[in-house]
Design a protein around this ligand. Structure first.
Ligand code: AMP
Ligand code: ZN
Length: 470
């Protein structure tokens, strides 16, 4: 299996530290708001990668943190006049709901920064004791970048070049730093901020130290694979390497995987630009599986542009999968006899070739785009070869393959669920309301007929349109 390693800048063979086991650390969200669909990209692509490793027989220790102390959380808490823990607790819960809707499996461990402060203090002290960090007059602790020979190796930055862009520390209010590249490990509290006791001052940790400490605690000094969005390469991941390698004297991580951005109108989707959709915005309009299928339709390192047109196309593709499993289940229920005839065995060989294509795609740096194509080929083959004369055994075989690859590895639920039907009904009702508002009664009536055919009865009430199953 090959992985594109950001540090080596090439595809390399994946060899785990311990045969049969893989430790993965994925930087998780800062919890001060509902997550947007850009944040969902690393969650979905690395969850799929984990599922594939498990499909191949690896035991995976998957660790993904929640950053629950941060300037943005404190700002949101102050705006709402509540303690920052209320904000982080609320949005961790909301994030877990989105993950569950998107069929992202819970991590083996979901550590939270505020519960790991002791470990951070220990690592910072170790870095001070070994001369890699220093304490400024006000109690701020900085990591001394010049003490780390390897600094810059992940982001391929040259320290001298960085120095030449020397900022005026006085102007930026950082005159306590010995070097502009130095970064904060611990900072003193300000009025209205949460804080912890430490040997240096009452304060809170910098952002980078949490991932060094939590990956070490839940995986080990050296981890197999570290994942996150490409915006984290510098400074976050560069600084994690510096802290961890200087603290342990061992390599921090063997493989680095970074996902490209989800974009909108070819611009990065981000909270600060305001050009985002939350997962909740999208899952109120589409089955969450359509979003999952869409995100996986591109290889994880390539940029992916979001649009409603592409989502609608993906919705139609998803419908093809659902229709296929509907038919296969009907055949199985009908208990059609016939067994696995020679003709069926020939078809099975074609399916096996698509399974091999699926595995080759996933082995090639988690290429979910090509893996999805292989699943659609199997669906196409099933739709063209299965008919009322097909045997139950053949239908069971195909359904088993789809469940293993689509549900199991891609995490895309291949069977029609009540909720997806509900979303479809809600959408039709909304369209009917729109048509009525526009006085397009022909369309409105046609939609009502369509709903009636689906066994849905509409009722116009004072609170709006209600529906029930006939
Ligand atoms: P944040 O909450 O901003 O720290 O982001 C959590 C994760 O989402 C990180 O791994 C980011 O790199 C990733 N991320 C944020 N925005 C995007 C985007 N537009 N596309 C892909 N990944 C993103
Ligand atoms: Zn991190």
């Amino acid at each position: 299996m090959k992985i594109f390693d950001t540090l080596q800048r090439r595809k390399v063979d994946f060899v785990p530290i311990e045969p049969g086991k893989v430790g993965i650390y994925v930087c998780g969200p800062t919890v001060y708001n509902l997550i947007h669909i850009g944040n969902a990209r690393p969650m979905i692509v690395f969850d799929t990668f984990r599922r594939y490793l498990e499909y191949k027989g690896y035991e995976v220790n998957y660790v993904s943190n929640f950053t629950d102390v941060d300037d943005k959380i404190i700002k949101a808490a102050n705006e709402e006049g509540v303690p920052s823990i209320d904000i982080s607790r609320k949005y961790i819960k909301e994030c877990k709901k989105d993950m569950s809707d998107l069929n992202v499996r819970p991590a083996t461990h979901h550590p939270q920064a505020t519960l790991e402060i002791d470990g951070m203090i220990r690592m910072i002290q170790k870095l001070i004791d070994s001369g890699h960090a220093y304490v400024a007059d006000d109690g701020t602790v900085y990591f001394a970048v010049a003490t780390d020979k390897g600094y810059g190796k992940l982001s391929h930055k040259d320290l001298n070049e960085m120095m030449s862009g020397l900022r005026d520390l006085k102007v930026s209010g950082e005159e306590q730093k010995k070097d502009p590249n130095d970064f904060v490990l611990w900072k003193p509290k300000k009025e209205g901020e949460p804080y912890w006791e430490s040997p240096w001052c009452e304060g809170r940790p910098g952002w980078h130290i949490e991932c060094s400490v939590m990956s070490q605690k839940y995986i080990g000094d050296t981890i197999d694979i570290h994942c996150g969005g490409e915006d984290l390469i510098f400074p976050h991941h560069e600084n994690e390497i510096a802290q961890s390698e200087c603290a342990t004297g061992k390599p921090f991580c063997n493989y680095w995987m970074h996902n490209g951005f989800l974009k909108i109108n070819n611009e990065k989707m981000s909270k600060s630009l305001g050009n985002f959709f939350t997962v909740r915005d999208i899952t109120s309009q589409y089955d969450p599986m359509v979003l999952r299928l869409f995100i996986l339709s591109a290889q994880y390192r390539t940029p992916l542009n979001f649009s409603k047109e592409l989502m609608d196309q993906t919705k139609a593709s998803y419908e093809r999968i659902l229709n296929c499993t509907d038919r296969l289940k009907d055949l199985i229920a009908a208990n059609a006899s016939g067994g696995l005839t020679e003709a069926v065995k020939e078809e099975q060989e074609k399916v096996k070739a698509f399974i091999a294509e699926f595995e080759a795609a996933m082995d090639d740096d988690n290429n979910t785009a090509n893996a999805e194509t292989a699943v659609f080929e199997i669906v196409r083959l099933a739709n063209s070869t299965v008919n009322e004369n097909s045997s139950k055994e053949y239908a069971e075989y195909l359904l088993g393959v789809i469940r293993t690859l689509c549900d199991g590895v891609l995490g895309v639920i291949s069977e029609r669920r009540e909720e997806s039907l509900d979303a479809e009904i809600e959408e039709l009702i909304a369209k009917r309301q729109e048509a009525r508002k526009a006085r397009d009664f022909k369309t409105a009536d046609a939609i009502r007929d369509q709903l009636t055919a689906m066994g849905i009865i509409l009722e116009d009430t004072k609170e709006g349109v209600k529906w029930k199953k006939a």
